[in-house]
Ligand binder design. Sequence first.
Ligand code: FRU
Length: 497
Amino acid sequence: MISEKLEKARAYEAENEKKITPQMRPVFHLTPRVGWMNDPNGFSYYNGAYHMFYQYYPYRPFWGPMHWGHAVSKDLLHWNYLPAALAPDEPYENGGGCFSGSAIDLADGRQLLVYTGVLSEKQPDGTMHDVQQQCVAVGDGVNYEKCENNPVMTAKQLPSDSNRFDFRDPKVWKAADGSYRCVMVNCDNKGDGRAVLFESKDGFSWNFKSILAQNNGKFGKMWECPDLFELDGKAVLIVSPMEMEAEGLEYPNGHGVVCQIGTYDDETGTFTCEHAQTVDYGVDFYAPQSTQTPDGRRVMIGWMQNWAFVNQHAETEPWFGQMALPRELSIVDGKLIQRPTKEFDACRKNPVSHNGVCVAGLEAVKLEGIEGRVADVELTIAPKSKDDSYYMFEMRFAQDDKHYTALRYRTHESELELDRSYSDSRIAMVHKRSCKVKDNGGKLKLRVVIDRFSAEVFANDGEQVMSVTFTTDTAAKEISFVADGTVYMDIVKYDIE
Ligand code: FRU
C-alpha cells in the first residue's frame, strides 16, 4: 500500500525534476532528485544493482521531515532515480520523520530497510520531545511496506544509564550463522557518545546485546551514523562524532568522521580500538556508509557536506547536498587507505600528460590541455635534486580571472591545505582545512577529482583524503600551478565519461 504522503512525494519529484537540467548537476556524484539530500542510507547491492537511498526532503532545498530518496546504479557513478522509498506517514514518524538507516537481504529474497522513526511525544513534564526508535520496512527494490510491529527497537531495551532520546542510525549486517546484527548510536545520560549492538534471528524481532564501544570523551560528544565491518583481517568502526575538539590537524573542530581500527568480538559484542584516524581532512564529508561489492571490495560513500555550513543557501537552489565519490577501502600498515573505485578508473578518457614540467617562482604555469570542471588530475611533484628544497607548491582549479580553489603544499611542515576562500562560494563558513602528509623530501603524489561543484583530493595513493564543495560558476575551468622555489611535476589529466 502506498500512502498518500508517499504518493504526493513521488508525484512532486517526478514533476519537478524536469526543472533541473543535467548541466545543473555534477556528472558522476549523486544529487537529490529534487530538494534536499543528507546522509547516504541503505547503501547495498540488491537484485543485480547498487541501491542508494538518502535522507531526503523533496519540497525545499532545506532539511524537513525526512523521507528516503532512492537511486540505483550498475557502477556507483551513473545513477538512475527510483521513486522515493519512504515518507513519514506513520504516527511513530510524526516528529523528524524517517531518519538514517541501512538495508539487507532477507532469506526470502526481499530487501529489509532498518531506519530510525522519530516520534514527537509528550513528556511527563508536559513538553513535547522527539524520541528515536528503530523501525523496519520490507520491499522488492522499489516499493517498501512498513512493518506492523514498528518500532522494533526502542531505548527501553537499552541499559538504564542511556539517554532515551538519542538512539539512531541503525547499520545492519548478517553474522556468520545467518542471524542479524545491528549497530546504532546512543549516548549515556551524561552525554557521552557510544555505539550499541542489537541482534535478531529474522530481522524483525530484536534484542539488545551490548555496548559495542563507548567514547569516554575522546571523539566529540554524541556520535552519528555508525558502521562496523571487517577489512583486511581487522575490524573497522566508523562513526561521525558531533562537536569534536581538534588535536592539532586531527579531528578538526566540529562534526567530522573518525575511523577506529581494532578487533571485534561477536561473543561479547565489543569492539576494541587499536588505532584511530580522521577519515576526511577537507571541509565537506560526513555520515558515510559502506557496503560490500559482489567481488568482495568494501566501498564507502559519504554525504559531501557538513552540518555546520548548510543552511545559508538560497531557497531557489534547484537541489542541495550531494554524495562523495565512492571510495574503495583497504588497510595498509594498520591504517585506512581510501581510493576511487576501479569502476571510476574505467570511466577515464582522453589522457593529456606533461612530464618534467618546471614550476618556479610565483609565475603561474598553465599547461596545454590541462583544464576542465569535470576532470581527474594525477600529479607527482618533487624538488630538482635531493639537496634541493622548495617552500610551497600550489595547484589552483575551478579558476577564472577572479576565482579559484587552491590545494597548497607546504613542504617544511609536510602540510597539505585545501582552500576555497576565493571560490566565490556564496556561503559564509569555514573555507580552509589542512592535514599532515608523509615527509618524503618534498616529493608528493596527488590525485584531484573535480566534478563541477566539488573536488576530492587523494594524497599519496589515498593515505589522506580531503573533500570540498564550491559554487564557483562552471565557466571557471582553468587549472594553474605556482611554487615558492623550484618544483618538477609530472601530470596527467583525464576526462570522465
Ligand atoms: C546525520 C544525521 C543522522 C540522522 C539524520 C537526520 O547527518 O543527523 O544522525 O539520522 O542525519 O536527517
